[in-house]
Write a protein of this length. Structure first.
Length: 200
């Protein structure tokens, strides 16, 4: 089964937060004969967005036109703060999360999941500079500071920026097996240990 991987992008999204997972799922798909993942970007509105530090990106779909995702990735960056006040985006995340196999956040994307009510009573992490923000938004969440990522089954969160690559490889390992994830990491020349307890 080819899974749809939707990566939400927005103004001031951290580049590696979305590009890292995109590369992992795209490479894993290529190495498995283009039969496993269809990875695409989604934005609130059509037209290019300016990511953190000026990179312009044109999303593949809008919230209205995107196929229902099997895997939903919410990256972080300074642009997550405005998303916390966008009911349309938060409701789209909630609705897609109800049917998604996996919902994952990278870096401060966890703030968005928290605001959407998706981290209650779960273990979660975020960028090390934003622990207090996450704790304030999700007081019922078990905040884990000394880890690269957390895995609650359906909902996963990662630490900052590059940790999204570790998280995405972990998801590949869960869905396709450890060998597929290891092969993907090797192709990317990325040193990966599939261990949620790896310290930052």
């Amino acid at each position: 089964m080819k899974r749809h991987v939707a990566i939400l992008i927005f103004p001031e999204v951290e580049v590696l937060d979305f590009a890292g997972p995109f590369e992992v799922f795209a490479v894993a798909n290529e190495l498995t004969g283009f039969e496993t993942f269809h990875t695409f970007t989604v934005a609130e509105l059509p037209g290019s967005i300016r990511a953190r530090n000026g990179l312009k990106v044109v999303p593949d779909f809008t919230l209205e036109t995107a196929p229902p995702p099997d895997i939903l990735v919410v990256p972080g960056g300074a642009g997550t703060r405005p998303l916390l006040k966008k009911p349309t985006v938060l409701e789209w995340i909630r609705q897609r999360a109800r049917k998604a196999e996996v919902v994952a956040s990278v870096c401060t994307g966890s703030l968005v999941l928290a605001q959407a009510g998706l981290l209650n009573n779960l273990r979660a992490t975020t960028h090390h500079e934003n622990f207090a923000e996450l704790a304030a938004l999700a007081p019922n969440t078990d905040l884990v500071e000394d880890t690269r990522f957390t895995d609650n089954g359906q909902v996963l969160t990662s630490a900052g920026i590059s940790a999204g690559i570790d998280l995405s490889l972990h998801i590949v390992a869960r869905l396709l097996g450890e060998a597929a994830a290891t092969r993907t990491a090797r192709y990317m020349e990325y040193h990966w240990l599939n261990d949620t307890g790896v310290a930052r």
